[in-house]
Ligand binder design. Structure first.
Ligand SMILES: [Zn+2]
Length: 440
């Protein structure tokens, strides 16, 4: 054996039990009671939880924007992910104007080679042209793409009008792929942005007011209807509003194949962050924006009852200097914040330890469901013989305080600054190799 993880409690999405986990040639060899003498490395996991490596379904490393790329590249961002117990990332392919999808995908795969984690890519059709069905087919057949991502917001750059989204969904359904949708009504957001850009509202407040929850909910409704019409599997990213959840739950109850994701920032932070001087408010300028606190309860309920299947980080940090580009104009501020490193610790601390969700549900939300939805299960998302050896040994008592001074994300701010956490990854095994040891 290469590695033997002894005396821990294995936690899968359905069951927890005491067992030793043996790793050999990149795979989990056995889960049970084993002989330590035959392993070249032994990890003592006494008192620790042993669960499948985190899968973050939603990150943006080195995302090109007019204010420069998001500040984590694939190397620094993936290193931060590993420190937080995440071994697999799903990033995005956003083609340049006129660039064909397969060419953009090939280029992005090259960029992602510097990542220390596994990386998979969702592909974004950002326009429609006659060759799009062939381009999408090529992505699926040649590159094994299983998911496309469309934006109903950002109409001036990468966003799609609903009639174009319908065409993409129709092709995706034909190819057996799912479609992820960023749900905010693009036209309405643009109208309010123009209006507030001319007003004397502070930039952060203007950002918040230009993207109200009803714009999200109405776009969710549109996406659900188009998915029903085309027979397409729909995955709604970063759900932030209570109104959206009602629509999603109703469609799920009617038997439609719809998955929903939320992010720690929408569960734990609220719009009060915007009512501060620009320098302090800027890191929180993300889309959708943080909501009023009452949305958090609805989101937690949806996380607990299964309306929401996954927790993504939507990791997309920008430095304060990059954010300052928009200090006088909300249209110029790059939207996004980092969190890939903290996703597990935050959900563990504020979800599991508060009794909102069980440990098994925690694993399901941070790993298993993303593996199932995006075609990686049972290679990933479970501790079982034959699965890939992507494993976290979680110290459930280790205290932490989140700060930009100590985090591994490449950014000079942190939206969770000062928040306390309990629980951290002591060891992380990736593809059978130990990549984090003793928390380092
Ligand atoms: Zn995103």
């Amino acid at each position: 054996m290469d590695i033997l993880i002894k005396n821990g409690t294995v936690v899968n999405s359905d069951v927890s039990f005491k067992a030793d986990v043996a790793v050999h040639r990149g795979k989990i060899f056995s889960v049970g009671v084993d002989d330590a003498e035959s392993a070249s490395k032994v990890i003592d996991a006494s008192g620790c939880l042993v669960f499948p490596g985190g899968i973050d379904p939603h990150v943006h490393m080195q995302l090109p924007t007019p204010a420069g790329p998001s500040s984590d590249n694939f190397l620094t961002g993936s290193r931060a992910a590993l420190m937080g117990g995440t071994t697999t990332l799903f990033d995005f392919v956003t083609p340049a104007p006129g660039e064909l999808l397969p060419a953009a995908l090939a280029l992005r795969q090259t960029e992602a080679q510097s990542a220390l984690t596994n990386v998979f890519l969702h592909v974004s059709p950002t326009t429609w042209r006659t060759t799009m069905p062939d381009e999408m087919s090529e992505c699926v057949e040649k590159f094994h793409t299983r998911s496309f991502k469309c934006y109903l917001a950002y109409l001036d750059t990468i966003g799609l009008m609903p009639d174009v989204l319908e065409k993409v969904m129709k092709e995706a359904a034909r190819l057996g792929a799912s479609v992820l949708v960023h749900c905010e009504e693009g036209k309405e957001v643009a109208r309010l942005r123009e209006k507030y850009a001319k007003s004397d509202l502070p930039v952060a407040t203007a950002h918040y007011r230009s993207r109200p929850p009803e714009f999200e909910a109405r776009a969710v409704d549109t996406a659900i209807q188009l998915a029903r019409k085309t027979g397409c599997t729909l995955y709604i990213v970063h759900v932030s509003a209570a109104e959206s959840l009602e629509l999603i739950a109703k469609a799920q109850a009617a038997g439609q194949k719809i998955y929903a994701e939320t992010c720690p920032q929408y569960l734990l932070l609220d719009e009060q962050k915007y009512h501060q001087p620009f320098g302090q408010a800027a890191p929180y300028i993300i889309s959708p924006p943080l909501r009023k606190a009452e949305h958090q309860q609805a989101l937690w309920e949806a996380v607990a009852n299964g309306t929401i299947q996954t927790i993504g980080s939507d990791h997309c940090p920008f430095t304060l200097k990059q954010k300052m580009e928009g200090k006088d104009d909300l249209r110029k501020i790059p939207n996004g914040a980092g969190g890939v490193e903290h996703r597990l610790a935050l959900l563990y601390t504020y979800g599991v330890l508060t009794g909102k969700i069980s440990l098994n549900r925690f694993v399901e939300l941070t790993s298993t469901n993303a593996a199932r939805i995006f075609g990686l299960y049972p290679d990933k998302g479970v501790i079982a013989p034959g699965a890939d050896a992507d494993i976290v040994v979680w110290n459930p008592e280790k205290p932490g305080i989140i700060s930009h001074r100590t985090h591994h994300q490449h950014c000079d701010s942190n939206i969770y600054e000062g928040m306390q956490t309990t629980g951290a990854a002591d060891y992380v095994v990736l593809g059978g190799k130990m990549v984090v040891g003793s928390g380092r």
